[in-house]
Ligand binder design. Structure first.
Ligand code: S3P
Length: 170
C-alpha cells in the first residue's frame, strides 16, 4: 500500500470505453486487466440483469463494493469499474488509496451509440435515451475525484490508452 500507482482504476459512465481501454492499457503495461462487472458475475454466478432482479440495485452495489475492495488488494492491475461503482464514498476512498484513478468522459450521443441497445444494462431499461441523460445529470460530479480525466470524444481506444500512459508515466 502507499503506492497509488501500483494499480490503475478506470471510472466513468457506462459506454465511455472503460473495458476496452483497460484491456489495451494492461497489454501496454504488462498489467493484469480486470473488468469489475465480469468479476462480479463470476463471483455471484449470475448475470448483471439477474443480480439487479434478484437483489435489487443495493444488493448489486454490496457485491460490487466487496469485489472492488478484494481486487484492489493486488497490484499490477488495470481495473475497469462499472459506471456506478463511484457512488459509495467508501468505494471512492478504496479506489483512491489503492490505485491511480482515471475518469473517462464521453458525450451523451456517444454513450447512447455504444450502449443504447444493450440489454445487459438494467439501469437503461425502459428508455435508454432518457435514462442516459438522467444518469449523466445525477452523476455529473461523481467522477471528479479522479487523479486525471480523459475525454474520449473522437478518439480510438488506442489513442485514449496512449494519452493515459503519457500521464501515468509523466
Ligand atoms: C452501472 C454500470 C454497469 C454495471 C451496472 C450498473 C451503472 O457497468 O455495473 O449495469 O450504475 O452505471 P458499465 O459502466 O461497465 O456499463
Amino acid at each position: 500500500m502507499g503506492n497509488k500507482r501500483k494499480n490503475i482504476v478506470l471510472i466513468g459512465m457506462m459506454g465511455t470505453g472503460k473495458s476496452t481501454v483497460g484491456a489495451h492499457l494492461a497489454e501496454q503495461l504488462g498489467y493484469c486487466p480486470i473488468d469489475l462487472d465480469l468479476a462480479i458475475v463470476q463471483e455471484a454466478g449470475a448475470s448483471i440483469p439477474e443480480l439487479f432482479e434478484q437483489r435489487g440495485e443495493s444488493g448489486f452495489r454490496d457485491l460490487e463494493s466487496g469485489v472492488l475492495e478484494a481486487t484492489l488488494q493486488g497490484e499490477g492491475i488495470v481495473l475497469a469499474t462499472g459506471g456506478g461503482a463511484v457512488l459509495r464514498e467508501h468505494n471512492r476512498s478504496v479506489m483512491s488509496s489503492c490505485g491511480w484513478v482515471v475518469a473517462l468522459t464521453a458525450t451523451a450521443e456517444d454513450i447512447l451509440q455504444r450502449v443504447g441497445e444493450d440489454k445487459n444494462r438494467p439501469l437503461l431499461a425502459g428508455g435508454a435515451k432518457e435514462r442516459v441523460y438522467t444518469l449523466l445529470e445525477e452523476r455529473k460530479h461523481a467522477y471528479e475525484f479522479a487523479d486525471v480525466t480523459v475525454d474520449t470524444t473522437d478518439k480510438s481506444p488506442e489513442q485514449v490508452s496512449a494519452e493515459i500512459l503519457t500521464h501515468y508515466r509523466g
